[in-house]
Ligand binder design. Structure first.
Ligand SMILES: [Fe+2]
Length: 408
């Protein structure tokens, strides 16, 4: 299989803006995933690529520019190391990052209209320099970066920046791609690894490469959320294992939960999604021995539980929104449950909501936004059958708040 990609940024001389860069990166990743033998890189129009798209430069700060440059360098490295034959077809000027794109490929075909320029050093940027040096040698690379404003096809061919000069790009590229596709895939991969040579990575470039993958902030947030959740699980497990009466256990669990919320416990977005029709309980953790479980309980605006009891102890802390709780007296033999009091619980507040005796309450969202609560119970709440009470007759029914699978 052969993959072709055409750089096509009309009106921008095929400059590499964030969108074009992302499309190229994705196309390469897809080609690798699909087992393509060759990746042919072309360009629409007369210019191969005019380099970075700096059309929005007035709005960009140092950090934005750095992120863009690093993203491009990362893309170049992916092209240089992709386990398929890469072929650049150059039929016009290739400037800056555009010239680096060509240099990153295994075969670099150019027509008489091809030319190259590396203006980066003039604004203090060294991009793709180590690779260019490996490709053409130290002196020619220095010459390209320091002295030459522009090199034509003959000079590019002489120093090895181009591998072949052709009159027509298409047929030779097709011939190369077909030759790669005819090889055993493992042989091709090994052949490319050996003939390309290996770059040695220095610590700073390793750091930059790892940090430059898109979504760094999301990754850090996810890690922070996971480690905070693990701390909460460990804390609750210790509080439960210490034993003692129900009051002692819930007191310790409440302390742990209060501390976690005070530190800004973050939850995966998938466990904060309200259900359109009913309140839901997402499992955050169920102890393997069933001694406790931690749930993310979500009420959308207007949603409420029935009046119910629990059969296990429970501690509730509010993550976001407001939880409206109405407590009822233990049930009389017949008649409507009698309300005792009601409370509004706000973010960061923690309450011992449930006890093993017949504690009745009803819970609803208490504001105009969904309420997300962290509920810790003394058992696997997703499997415990509980009693509900009819608000007018007190008639008893049975229900289980089955776990809801988190949205991905
Ligand atoms: Fe409850």
């Amino acid at each position: 299989m052969i993959t072709e990609f055409t750089i096509d940024a009309p009106g921008r001389a095929n400059a590499l803006g964030p969108e074009t860069t992302a499309r190229l990166d994705r196309a390469l990743a897809d080609a690798v995933a699909q087992g393509s033998a060759a990746f042919v890189l072309r360009a629409a129009g007369g210019t191969f690529c005019s380099g970075f798209d700096l059309g929005d430069l007035p709005r960009l700060g140092d950090a934005d520019l750095l992120a863009r440059f690093v993203t491009i360098e990362r893309l170049l490295e992916r092209i240089r190391t992709a386990p398929l034959l890469t072929i650049a077809c150059v039929g016009g000027p290739a400037v800056g990052a555009g010239a680096d794109l060509v240099a990153a490929c295994d075969y670099r075909l150019g027509t008489g209209a091809a030319s190259f320029a590396f203006p980066g050093p003039r604004f203090g940027l060294l991009l793709g320099t180590a690779h260019l040096t490996r490709l053409v040698g130290g002196q020619p690379a220095r010459d390209l970066l320091v002295r030459r404003q522009r090199v034509d096809v003959e000079e590019a061919l002489r120093i090895g920046l181009l591998s072949h000069r052709v009159d027509e790009l298409g047929p030779f590229a097709a011939e190369l791609a077909a030759a790669a596709a005819a090889l055993d895939p493992i042989t091709l991969r090994e052949l490319l690894a050996v003939t390309r040579g290996r770059a040695t990575a220095d610590p700073l470039s390793t750091l930059v490469a790892s940090a430059a993958d898109p979504g760094l902030a999301d990754r850090v947030r996810a890690y922070r959320g996971e480690s905070q959740m693990q701390q909460l699980i460990n804390g609750v497990a210790a509080a439960v294992a210490e034993g003692g009466g129900e009051q002692a256990v819930t007191g310790r669990v409440a302390k742990v939960l209060r501390a976690a919320l005070a530190k800004g416990l973050s939850l995966p977005p998938g466990v904060m999604v309200p259900h359109p029709e009913r309140y839901v309980m997402y499992p955050l953790h169920v102890a393997p021995d069933g001694s406790f479980s931690i749930a993310s309980a979500v009420w959308n605006v207007g949603q409420r539980t029935p009046i119910h009891d629990h059969g296990v102890w429970g501690v509730v802390g509010i993550h976001s929104g407001v939880e409206h709780e109405v407590r009822y007296a233990p049930p009389a033999p017949a008649g409507a449950p009698r309300m005792i009091d009601e409370s509004l619980w706000r973010p960061g507040e923690v309450t011992v909501c449930c006890t093993t005796d017949q504690d009745l309450h009803q819970v609803a969202s208490g504001s105009d936004e969904p309420c997300v609560g962290i509920h810790v119970y003394g058992g696997d709440i997703g499997t415990i059958q509980r009693r509900s009470y009819h608000p007018e007759t007190g008639e008893v029914g049975y229900f289980t708040s089955a776990w809801t699978t988190p949205a991905s």
